[in-house]
Ligand binder design. Structure first.
Ligand code: UDP
Length: 317
């Protein structure tokens, strides 16, 4: 198949590109940012990069006309952006998604929209199945702008599906692995990674008992491919993640243990890291029945193995 990945130069996109090339697909990526994460694919005969963005309608039109399937991954992601640049989060995630859907509809091309576990907000009823409620805080708390932007994207997907467009939504749960963000920025694993490699204390926010379900990127990519090419996926939304819950404190201890780093743990307040425009989520756990039954994928990589591979990769960088 010919496949377009918007935001294909990012963390998940780079792994998805590799996996699709290995399947024999032809992969086009649309990427306005750096191409560091896909530089090892640059000479591949079935791989092409277009250095532009989903905000450019003409580029989308010429690319989507040529492909069979679109993975729409392009988005502004990362808590530092939610609290630092909410305008850009809303603009790219809402308007960029509309642009992609509009052109895909014109040509009748299937879209897999990459959404997030953040859409459930802080719903206290766990685990979250795909049709569960969204429970969010005030719009004065910038953290929720990302959740809202992705939920708007999902509404657009369902609206276009009603108009006849084949669309599938994937909601990712804390995906990690080699090439995740940059050290010190982005998500917790890269923040801990920087501290670990310098032997500094790992900054655990609050008591560290908040949990996440850390999902290894290869598992997430296998499910993403099935969401695009597998049967029974149109008009569906899928939680993509393991249901094994890990506290942030245990994550910190495990990373110290695996790396053999002299780092210790320092408890900090959320204000110290993110200021006042941040609200933490206590627990986040998917019901992944649909992923297992319809996509036929188990997120089975143990955290220790996935972290060992991730730490090793960052060490060699
Ligand atoms: N966190 C932490 N120390 C830090 C940064 C984040 O303990 O230096 C916590 C944060 O409070 C949250 C968890 O790590 O509970 C995961 O944060 P991340 O930014 O990866 O994204 P989230 O899963 O909240 O979307």
């Amino acid at each position: 198949m010919k496949i377009l990945i918007t935001g294909g130069g990012g963390f998940v996109g780079s792994h998805l590109s590799e996996a699709l090339l290995a399947r024999g697909d032809e992969v086009y990526i649309l990427e306005p940012g750096g191409t560091q994460k896909v530089r090892h694919l640059l000479g591949h005969p079935r791989f092409r990069i277009v250095r532009d963005s989903v905000m450019s309608h003409d580029i989308l039109d010429s690319l989507i006309a040529q492909v069979d399937l679109v993975y729409h991954l392009a988005a502004v992601v990362g808590v530092e952006h939610y609290v630092g640049d909410p305008y850009e989060v809303l603009n790219v995630n809402v308007n960029g998604t509309q642009n992609v859907l509009k052109v895909a509809y014109k040509y009748g091309r299937k879209v897999v929209f990459s959404s997030t576990s953040e859409v459930y907000g802080r719903n206290p009823k766990l685990p979250w199945s795909e049709d569960d409620d969204r429970v969010l805080g005030s719009t004065r708390i910038d953290r929720w702008c990302y959740s809202t932007s992705k939920a708007v994207g999902e509404h657009f997907c369902f609206a276009y599906h009603k108009l006849g467009l084949p669309v599938t939504i994937t909601r990712y749960f804390n995906v990690y692995g080699p090439r995740l963000d940059k050290i010190d920025v982005g998500r917790i694993i890269t923040i801990f990674m920087g501290q670990l490699l310098r032997g500094e204390p790992l900054t655990v926010i609050g008591d560290g008992l908040q949990t996440r379900c850390f999902t290894y990127v290869d598992d997430a990519v296998a499910a993403t491919i099935a969401a695009g090419v597998g049967p029974g996926t149109d008009g569906q939304v899928f939680n993509i993640g393991t249901d094994v819950e890990t506290s942030i404190l245990d994550l910190a201890k495990l990373m110290i243990d695996i790396s053999g780093s002299p780092s210790t743990i320092r408890f900090v307040s959320k204000e110290e890291v993110y200021g006042n425009s941040y609200e933490d989520i206590a627990r986040r756990v998917p019901d992944n029945t649909r992923m297992r039954k319809i996509l036929g994928v188990e997120a089975e990589t143990p955290l220790r193995d996935g972290l060992a591979r991730t730490i090793e990769w960052f060490r060699t960088q």
